[in-house]
Each structure stands twice: as C-alpha cells, then as structure tokens.
Design a protein around this ligand. Structure first.
Ligand SMILES: Nc1nc2c(ncn2[C@@H]2O[C@H](COP(=O)(O)OP(=O)(O)OP(=O)(O)O)[C@@H](O)[C@H]2O)c(=O)[nH]1
Ligand SMILES: [Mg+2]
Length: 277
C-alpha cells in the first residue's frame, strides 16, 4: 500500500509543535491504544518530560493495553490509559503530581493567574487529543470530529492551575509502510488520500494475523481479504446498479465499523512484536 504519509503542511505543523514546546513544562503525548507503537511520535521536544496517554482504551483489548502500559512504564515513561468519553481530570492531576511532586501540589492549590503549569498535548491526527482535553476540562471547549485534521491551530485552555494546549495532529516524517497502515486503519490519515479498498484489504490481513478464531462477528477470516470485504458488502446489501457488490462502499463502511469498535475491542499491535519487555 503506497500512501502519501507526509503532506506538505505537516512540516509546518511539526515546526509549530517544536515552537510551542518551548513554553511547556510537560508534554502529554496522546496515543491510540489500538496502535500504541505506530501512533508514537518519538519527538525530541527540548527534553521536556513526556507523559504517554493511551486514549480510546474503550476500543482496545484490555490485556494488550495492560502490557503496553507495563512496557512504557518499564522504559521510563509515565503512561496511563484513558477513555476520553469520561472525565479524566483526576488521572491527569495524579500523573502530573508523580512527575513534579512538589511544584504541582503547590500550583494546584494556589490557583493564581500567573503561577501556572503548562502542558502541551501532541499526537498523531485523530487519536483524540481534543477529546482528551475536553475530558480533563469537563467541558466541550475544543472542536472534535471523527476525521483526521480537525484541529488546525494551537489553542490554550485552563484547568485549575494547569494551562493545557491543544495542537494539530502530526505525522512522523519517515513512516515505514506498516506504521502508515496502522495509522490508516484507525482513521489517522485523511480519507481523501487513502484508497479504502487497499486499506480495508490490509486491515483484514492484519486481523487474520492477530485473531486465531475463524469468525470475527460476521466476518469469516478463513477467506481471502477480497472475499471478506465482498461478503461484508453483500451482507450490508451494498449492491451497485450492475448488480455487483459496491466494493468501494463496502471497504469504506468496513473501515468505519472497525474504527467505531463494531467488531469488538481489538488492539492491532502486540507489545511482544515491537518492544522487548
Ligand atoms: N470511543 C472513543 N472515541 C474517542 C475517544 N477519544 C476521541 N474519540 C473520538 O475520536 C474522534 C477524533 O477525536 P478528536 O478529539 O477530534 O481527535 P484529535 O486527535 O483532536 O484529531 P485532530 O485534531 O484531527 O488531529 C472523535 O470522533 C471522538 O469522538 C475515546 O477515548 N473513545
Ligand atoms: Mg483535535
């Protein structure tokens, strides 16, 4: 699958993140819990402390999420899992307290306008950065949509004595094909620049590698990727005027169904393949 992973505006967005990190006390890097490896940016943002947040944990396999948290924690990160559909303020306060035990305790209690703590939220497009900020603020302050590239500029928000900055999603410059595929599977690459059929076939292939059972819901994984998508289209009655299955539509709906968790809680990357624990 050959996609243009790195559209021109990404270089600008990446420079923007480097610039904003200058004023950060801490970076919150939001990952998609279904692809913790591929959604990691590995940016070196002025050596600021970085907290990893495995978001969309409600859509990921609970055991895999536990393994990834162990892996990251063992490798020196503070990492925790969240579902941004619920309030996450206490998780953020305890993670920040862990990194800055003295300073934050004082900052959170004093609540003075200029005595604040700055957190910059970064991550791959569509991982849920803006949703995560809303879940910390307890209010819908940032724009959230289910597509990559919704946030186009930095915006600061206040939560007690924490100032928290939302930023546009960024993609790493050199993505290997497998990383790029993973990001496409969870909707992190603009739909205009992907071929839904190729992405859907690759996703079926990934699911076949991961899942030992023959069936995943209505999907018979013993069939070829093309047959799985064709059958999915037949089941949904996506028939084009020539009486054939509308494969493009079937592939698009298949991807959306996976992204919305309709096939269950599935993590697409296992820690034992990527990291030595
Ligand atoms: N199920 C579930 N959906 C989530 C969660 N967090 C975010 N979403 C959904 O994911 C989609 C993207 O969320 P955003 O917050 O806009 O993601 P973003 O990272 O800010 O995206 P960009 O600004 O485009 O980079 C939206 O449809 C959210 O409702 C979560 O924890 N669980
Ligand atoms: Mg956003």
């Amino acid at each position: 699958m050959n996609l243009n992973w790195y559209p021109g505006h990404m270089a600008k967005a990446e420079r923007g993140i480097l610039e904003i990190s200058r004023v950060a006390d801490v970076i919150f890097e939001v990952l998609d819990a279904r692809i913790p490896w591929s959604s990691r940016g590995d940016y070196h943002l002025r050596n600021k402390p970085c907290i990893l947040i495995l978001n969309k944990s409600d859509l990921a396999d609970r055991t895999d999420t536990g393994c990834w948290l162990n892996f990251f924690n063992k490798n020196g990160f503070t990492a925790f899992a969240v579902d941004s559909k619920v309030n996450n303020s206490s998780k953020v306060i305890s993670a920040v307290n862990k990194i800055f035990p003295k300073r934050t305790g004082r900052l959170l209690s004093v609540r003075k306008r200029f005595d604040c703590f700055r957190a910059v939220v970064i991550g791959t497009p569509n991982v849920g950065k803006s949703s995560f900020i809303n879940s910390v603020l307890g209010r819908r302050k940032t724009k959230v949509e289910n597509r990559a590239g919704v946030t186009s500029q930095n915006s600061w928000h206040r939560f007690g004595n924490i100032e928290i900055c939302d930023t546009p999603g960024i993609l790493r410059h050199r993505l290997g094909p497998e990383v790029g595929e993973s990001i496409a599977f969870v909707g992190g690459i603009k739909s205009e620049i992907i071929d839904p059929e190729l992405v859907a076939y690759s996703l079926v292939t990934r699911l076949k590698e991961l899942i030992n059972e023959k069936y995943l819901g209505c999907l018979d994984l013993s069939l070829s990727a093309e047959e799985v998508i064709e059958n999915f289209g037949k089941l949904r009655n996506f028939i084009s005027p020539g009486k054939n299955v509308d494969i493009r539509l079937a592939a698009s709906v298949f991807l959306k169904s996976f992204q919305d968790g309709k096939f269950g809680k599935i993590t697409l990357e296992r820690v034992n393949k990527y990291g030595n624990t």
